[in-house]
Design a protein around this ligand. Structure first.
Ligand SMILES: [Zn+2]
Length: 142
């Protein structure tokens, strides 16, 4: 599989994602991004919020297993690809933590939405063939 080198996202999806995450602060939101991948690019179409069942939801996240299973099944049924996983850094920059790297199997893309000073900052990462992790350019479309 080709490593993802670029992400396309619509302004409206991004606004909805940011608002969903902002409303749940100071807790970490998490979920999946659905869309399609081709030729090294991921096109994000929509997202699904999953309940964070971490014991410490202010500082970490864990998908609710039942919601995750359901969302995975629904994506397959609707022939949508899971192109990313997202979570929030409620009061920090969107830099991947060692724990984030541990919890991500490297598939798709890893989206982090940071709120270091109130406004959301998005960073999207992908794992390259050599195992390194790269910050991706995000192209916003109307
Ligand atoms: Zn994180």
């Amino acid at each position: 599989m080709t490593a993802i080198a670029k992400v396309y996202v619509s302004e409206s999806m991004l606004a909805a994602l940011f608002e969903t995450c902002r409303r749940r602060l100071p807790y970490e939101s998490c979920g999946i991004v659905l869309g399609a991948c081709s030729a090294g690019a991921a096109v994000a179409e929509t997202f699904v919020l999953l309940r964070n069942v971490s014991a410490d939801p202010l500082r970490s996240f864990r998908f609710d297993p039942a919601e995750w299973t359901e969302a995975y099944g629904a994506a397959q049924k609707n022939q949508r690809e899971i192109v990313g996983f997202f979570h929030v850094h409620p009061d920090a920059d969107p830099v991947l933590s060692p724990l984030d790297l541990q919890g991500w199997d490297g598939s798709g893309t890893c989206w982090v939405i940071g709120f270091p000073a109130g406004d959301p900052i998005l960073a999207v990462y992908s794992q390259q063939a050599d195992g390194s992790v790269r910050l991706l350019p995000v192209a916003r479309r109307p």
